[in-house]
Design a protein around this ligand. Structure first.
Ligand code: EPZ
Length: 419
C-alpha cells in the first residue's frame, strides 16, 4: 500500500491551481442519468471517487470516457437500475444514483452504504424524501428497493437532528426533477455543491429554483437535453492549501478558486491574524509570524465546514494559546488527533470538542490516515514537522485530492509516494 514520505520544514513558494469539486462532480455524474443522452463535464478532478462513480454508471449500462479533466457520459442505453454492494461499499456517494434512477425509471435497487469511520451516517432523510414523492420504497436484505412508482411533486421537510443534509437534498432534487408537478424542499442544504447540481440539472432542461436557500422549488419535467457543463472549484481543496500557506509558505498563490464559497474559512483565518490577499479567483498567503487561537464550531453552509475542521486544527497547534474545535455534524471526526499528539501536539478531547494548546513544535513520525480530511490534515502536520514523517493508508487522500503530491512538489515540498 502506498505511503507518503514527507520531510518537513521546507518553505512553500509558487502557485497551486484548484481542481473541480469532488462533492459536485459525483452527484452531477449521477444526475447525467436523467437526460438519456450525452453529458460533457469539464474541470473534473482526478480523484479515485470519480473512477468509482464511473464504474457504477458503467455497471448500469452508461458509456463513460474520461480524458484529462473532461468526462463524457452517455446514458441513452442504460439497461439496469441496480447498484450492488460491491460498488456502493467503496463510496457512500454511490447512493446518488438512487435519486437519478428513481427519477428516470421510477424504480431502483441500490445497496445501503452502511456507516463509515467518521460516523453512522443514516439515510432516513433520503428515504423520507422519496416516500413523499410517492416512491414505493422499502429496505430489503441491505438494499433500498423502489418498486415501479409514478413520482408526484410534494412538499417535504428535510432537516434532521444535525440540520440540513447535502445528500438528501440532492437526491430528492434529482428524483423530483422528473416527478409530475411541483416539489418544495424545506430545510434544504445551502452548500455550493447543491447549487452546482441544480445548475447542472437546469442546463439539461430542469426547472429548479431557490438553491442556496433553505427552500428549493422543483418543477418536474418529462424530457431533458444534452449539455456541456463545468464543475465548480473544490472549496475544501482550496481551504486545505490555504492552511498550508498560513503554516509554511514563503508565498503561496492558490488559484482557480471561488472566494465566495470559502467565506467562513477566510473569516476564521482573519481572526487568527494570518494575512492573505484576494486577487480575482486567487488567494495569496504566506506563513504567519504569529497565530492567534480561535474557536471553531462547525456547521452547515455558510458556516465553517466540517470538511475543514481537521486542517484548521493543524493551524491551531501553532497558535499562541488555547483554542476549542467543536464538531457538530459527524460523531467521529477527530481520528487524526491521537496521531497529531504522537507528533507532539497538546490536545485534550472532551465529548465532541478538541481543546488545542499551542504553539507546539511537531516532530516527524510514522502516522496513519483514517479518512479523507484527516489524511489531508496529517499531510499539513508533516509539512511543518521537524524531520521525516511517513503517512500510511493514503488511499483515503487519493479519493478526494487531485495529485496532491505533485501539487505540493511543484511549490517546493519534499514529498514522495513510496510503495
Ligand atoms: C456530504 O456528505 C459530503 N459528501 C461530506 O463530505 C460532507 O462532510 C457532508 O456533506 C457535510 O457537509 C459528499 O458530498 C459526497 P449530510 P453527506 O447528509 O451528504 C445527518 C468529504 O470529506 N443525516 O449533509 O452524507 C448526517 O449523519 C465528505 O468530502 C441524517 O441524520 O452529509 C450528518 O450528521 C465526508 N439522515 C448530517 O445529517 C440522513 O438521511 C449532515 O450529513 C442524512 C444525513
Amino acid at each position: 500500500m502506498d505511503k507518503f514520505k514527507i520531510t518537513g520544514g521546507v518553505l512553500l513558494d509558487g502557485e497551486i491551481s484548484i481542481s473541480g469539486a469532488k462533492n459536485s462532480v459525483l452527484p452531477i455524474m449521477a444526475a447525467s442519468i436523467l437526460n438519456s443522452g450525452t453529458t460533457i463535464l469539464k474541470n473534473v478532478p482526478h480523484v479515485h471517487d470519480v473512477i468509482t462513480m464511473k464504474e457504477i454508471l458503467e455497471h448500469i449500462g452508461a458509456n463513460v470516457v474520461l480524458e484529462d479533466d473532461i468526462l463524457t457520459i452517455n446514458t441513452k442505453n442504460i439497461s439496469k437500475t441496480d447498484a450492488p454492494y460491491e460498488l456502493v461499499k467503496k463510496m457512500r456517494a454511490s447512493y446518488y444514483v438512487l435519486g437519478a434512477l428513481i427519477g428516470r425509471f421510477g424504480e431502483a435497487s441500490v445497496s445501503l452504504p452502511g456507516g463509515c469511520v467518521i460516523g453512522a451516517r443514516p439515510v432516513n432523510l433520503h428515504i423520507k424524501g422519496f416516500k413523499a414523492l410517492n416512491a414505493n420504497i422499502s429496505l430489503e436484505h441491505g438494499y433500498i428497493k423502489v418498486l415501479p412508482s409514478k413520482l408526484k411533486g410534494a412538499s417535504v421537510f428535510l432537516e434532521g437532528l444535525h440540520g440540513s443534509s447535502v445528500g438528501a437534498t440532492i437526491n430528492v432534487m434529482m428524483a423530483a426533477s422528473c416527478a409530475e408537478g411541483t416539489t418544495y424542499i424545506n430545510g434544504a442544504a445551502c452548500e455550493p455543491e447543491v447549487v452546482d447540481v441544480a445548475n447542472f440539472i437546469n442546463s439539461i432542461g430542469g426547472e429548479i429554483y431557490g438553491t442556496g436557500t433553505s427552500l428549493i422549488t422543483i418543477n418536474g419535467k418529462n424530457t431533458f437535453n444534452d449539455t456541456t457543463y463545468t464543475i465548480i472549484p473544490d472549496r475544501i481543496e482550496a481551504g486545505t492549501y490555504i492552511i498550508a500557506g498560513a503554516l509554511i509558505a514563503k508565498e503561496l498563490k492558490i488559484s482557480n478558486l471561488n472566494p465566495d464559497h470559502i467565506g467562513a474559512i477566510l473569516n476564521k483565518l482573519s481572526e487568527t491574524g494570518v494575512k492573505y490577499k484576494t486577487e480575482n479567483n486567487s488567494i495569496i498567503i504566506a506563513k504567519a509570524q504569529s497565530v492567534n487561537p480561535v474557536n471553531i464550531k462547525v456547521s452547515t453552509y455558510p458556516g465553517f465546514p466540517t470538511d475543514m475542521q481537521a486542517q484548521f486544527s493543524i493551524l491551531m497547534t501553532q497558535a499562541k494559546g488555547s483554542s476549542i474545535i467543536l464538531e457538530t455534524i459527524f460523531e467521529n471526526r477527530f481520528m487524526y488527533i491521537p496521531e497529531l499528539m504522537r507528533m507532539g501536539a497538546k490536545i485534550q478531547m472532551k465529548e465532541n470538542s478538541a481543546i488545542i494548546n499551542g504553539p507546539t513544535k511537531l516532530d516527524g513520525a510514522e502516522i496513519m490516515a483514517s479518512d479523507l480530511r484527516a489524511s489531508a490534515a496529517l499531510v499539513l502536520a508533516a509539512l511543518i514537522a521537524k524531520g521525516e514523517s511517513t503517512i500510511s493508508r493514503i488511499y483515503h487522500i487519493d479519493r478526494g485530492y487531485t495529485k496532491i503530491e505533485n501539487k505540493l512538489k511543484n511549490v517546493g515540498a519534499l514529498i514522495e509516494r513510496i510503495g
